[in-house]
Design a binder for this molecule. Structure first.
Ligand code: SF4
Ligand code: SF4
Length: 704
């Protein structure tokens, strides 16, 4: 290049540009390789995790969640900014590579990028650099001025990383300015000398800078050109090497984190990958106790979290003031990892995590609702980690006081209430019910095609037995040849497993599997989403299972179930998605289709619905756990229903019913709001074609 020296030619501090930049490349790349190698040390010491299957499916997810930034628009402003930054980075990646090489080989051009293709690419990169620069400015202003609440770090969770985030955003902005200045100085020099111009994109940052520099003297342009190039190189390598020390490490790790993300999220992680249930007795220690007990993928999650706070923003435990905020489960582990696996010196010390970086209450506060995982744009996993931490605590005999009794009862009686097994089918014996619907217990009373798996709460809780009777009447109405296991059915063990009691879960599961097989049924129906999830994902070798809402939706479609119009036309209904029906099993439409098929029923959606549904407070053993919290989750949910303009909450889970009905009382909304299970509503509204209608359950009457 005439007029000004190319970056390779400049001699500064007695070192030629080419040597200086070659040295920078070597130091930068070697430094980055060393840092990444050190960051990988804990991953090599971690537990196994099988994530190498189904490469095509995994690649598809990379295209969707990484390249396609699928989850980003769930938060509009931040999401759109992130998409622009990400797209800008992708476009600029090749330019950065070209610019890096220009320092050692001034005529270097990326193959295929000379001529028109190169001009077009340069125009795109000019705009990309401008957009990324502007996004950085907006992001810094957002963090400093608007301060979105989800970025805040309460004192109990450690110190905020705001300064770090702003520093990194500023560095990226500097990188964009340096790149643009480099191009602008070169173009300005070419223009002054009447040489063929490298055209800069109109109104782009390089174009603006070129306009500013138009009348700058050539020697100054030469210094600016070299200075901008040097700044670009130093900033680039500094960023590369600094990112693995903070939240920006996700730039490097996110692609791998998404590739290796769990494919079957509803299936809980085994106690140890590669160890079958039969060999679990050989495992010395269950769960996660020290950092090294996490799997390598879970450690990769810690590195990949962008600290965006979306998980915590959606976490019901965090919303009601429980001592749990999922984001900090990650950031505390990452800080621990950085501290105990330093760049130099000895690594790791095997310290117990609970009691040091996590509190017991924090780990027990989770309802395993899955809202955090549904929201995370980087597919960071939480439920498996929390369950693993609980397994570790249970293994150490560290069980919350309030859970000890139900766990013992489950062990001895097969249900958390400690009720007699022989009373399991008592709900079928209610007088008016028995007259209209005879429920068979499948122990030698002839075969049945379908098993209604009732589970503990619907069998034993006086109020929830109404759901059992409604379900039985619906199955009877559609001509299903069904029966129940009665005393032979034990608790599904769904919550037991999620509370970390794997051995007890296995005992309950094995008992139920034997009983189900012995009954000879072809399929299973349940009205309890927790039982549904257990039978579908935690059990093996059992017949296919459906939730009753799926059965009802199908029968409505084929015309076997018809509805009479709702009596009270003033009522406004809203559907609350139970976590284990919606988020964990994607059954969102069937219950809504059923409601919409009832003539005259007015339905509204709550702001948080479908995969953003707000947990009612947790099912199963959560009913026995007394968390520290400012407010009940159910109360918050009932308020959301009221805000949506509803006065009847319909749900499809007995645990949701317990929580909703309690919450209505606690919130002082009795008389203004009622809750009803989908089965109860369907049972009440079903047209019975001249047959004698059942007696309305007293608990349902209020809702209708
Ligand atoms: S699973 Fe639910 S309760 Fe648990 S951390 Fe995630 S959002 Fe919070
Ligand atoms: S885990 Fe995911 S959602 Fe939560 S802060 Fe990290 S990146 Fe954001």
């Amino acid at each position: 290049m005439e007029g000004i020296q190319s970056a390779t030619q400049v001699t500064s501090w007695l070192v030629s540009g080419r040597t200086l930049f070659l040295l920078l490349h070597i130091v930068g790349i070697a430094g980055f390789a060393y840092i990444v190698a050190r960051r990988l040390v804990p991953l090599f010491r971690a537990e196994r995790d099988f994530r190498f299957d189904q490469p095509l499916l995994r690649m598809g997810r990379v295209l969707k969640f990484w390249l396609g930034q699928w989850k980003q628009p769930r938060y509009k402003t931040a999401g759109i900014i992130h998409i622009f930054i990400f797209a800008g980075f992708i476009v600029l990646a090749m330019r950065a590579f070209t610019v890096l090489l220009v320092g050692v080989s001034e005529t270097f051009v990326m193959p295929g990028f000379s001529g028109r293709a190169g001009e077009l690419y340069n125009t795109i990169t000019d705009y990309a650099a401008t957009i990324v620069f502007l996004c950085m400015v907006i992001a810094v202003i957002r963090r400093l001025v608007f301060k979105p609440a989800r970025y805040a770090v309460p004192a109990r969770y450690g110190k905020a990383h705001t300064a770090d985030a702003i520093f990194l955003l500023s560095l990226i902005a500097i990188l964009m300015v340096a790149d643009s200045l480099f191009a602008a100085a070169k173009a300005a020099a070419q223009s002054q000398q009447g040489q063929p111009l490298e055209v800069l994109a109109t109104f782009s940052l390089p174009w603006i800078l070129q306009s500013v520099l138009a009348s700058t003297a050539l020697p100054t342009l030469g210094r600016l050109y070299f200075g901008a190039y040097l700044l670009h190189e130093v900033t680039f390598y500094f960023l590369l090497c600094y990112r693995p020390f903070g939240i920006q490490f996700h730039v490097e790790t996110s692609l791998f984190n998404i590739y290796f993300a769990k494919l079957d999220r509803e299936i809980l992680k085994p106690v140890r990958w590669g160890v079958s249930d039969e060999h679990l007795d050989q495992v010395k220690s269950f769960g996660v106790k020290t950092f090294e007990d996490f799997t390598w993928k879970h450690m990769l999650d810690f590195y990949s979290c962008a600290d965006c706070g979306r998980c915590s923003d959606n976490c019901p435990a965090n919303a009601v003031g429980r001592p749990l905020s999922p984001r900090f489960i990650t950031t505390k582990a990452r800080d621990y990892s950085f501290q105990h696996y330093p760049m130099f010196g000895k690594s790791g010390n095997g310290k117990s995590l609970v009691g040091n970086i996590y509190s017991g209450d924090e780990i027990w506060s989770c309802t395993t609702c899955g809202a955090c995982e549904a929201e995370c744009p980087l597919l960071v996993e939480y439920i498996d980690k929390i369950v693993d931490l609980r397994r570790g605590m249970i293994d150490d005999g560290n069980v919350p006081q309030s859970l000890q009794k139900p766990l013992k009862a489950l062990e001895s009686r097969g249900n958390p209430y400690g009720k007699m097994e022989k009373k399991k089918a008592e709900w079928t014996k209610a007088k008016e019910f028995q007259q209209t619907c005879d429920v068979r217990v499948l122990n030698g009373n002839g075969p049945a095609e379908t098993l209604y798996f009732v589970d503990s709460i619907t069998s034993y809780d006086d109020r929830m037995q109404s759901i059992g009777r409604a379900t039985a009447r619906i199955l009877d109405h559609v001509g299903e040849n069904f029966g129940i296991l009665g005393a032979a059915e034990k608790d599904s063990g769904h919550e037991v497993r999620r509370f970390g009691e794997e051995t007890l879960f296995m005992a309950l599961r094995d008992h139920n599997v034997d009983a189900i097989k012995a009954s000879g049924v072809q399929r299973i129906v349940t009205s309890d989403p927790h039982a549904y999830n257990a039978l579908k994902h935690d059990y093996k070798d059992v017949p296919p299972v459906e939730h009753i809402s799926q059965v009802i939706a199908r029968e409505v479609k084929v015309g076997k179930i018809k509805f009479s119009p709702v009596e009270n036309k003033e009522n406004v209904y809203t559907y609350h998605d139970p976590c284990y029906l919606g988020r964990h099993n994607q059954i969102y439409d069937e219950p809504r289709d059923v409601l919409d098929a009832i003539p005259g029923l007015k339905r509204v959606e709550m702001n948080r619905s479908r995969d953003r549904s707000f947990c009612c407070g947790g099912g199963g053993l959560m009913l026995f756990y007394e968390p520290k919290e400012d407010q009940r989750m159910g109360v918050k949910r009932v308020q959301m229903a009221a805000e949506a303009g509803a006065n009847v909450i319909v749900t499809a889970c007995p645990f949701c019913m317990v929580n909703m009905e309690d919450a209505i009382k606690v919130a002082g909304m009795e008389g203004k709001m009622t809750a009803i299970d989908l089965t109860e509503l369907v049972d009440r509204q079903m047209s019975r074609d001249g047959k004698v209608a059942h007696e309305t359950e007293p608990t349902m009457a209020a809702a209708l």
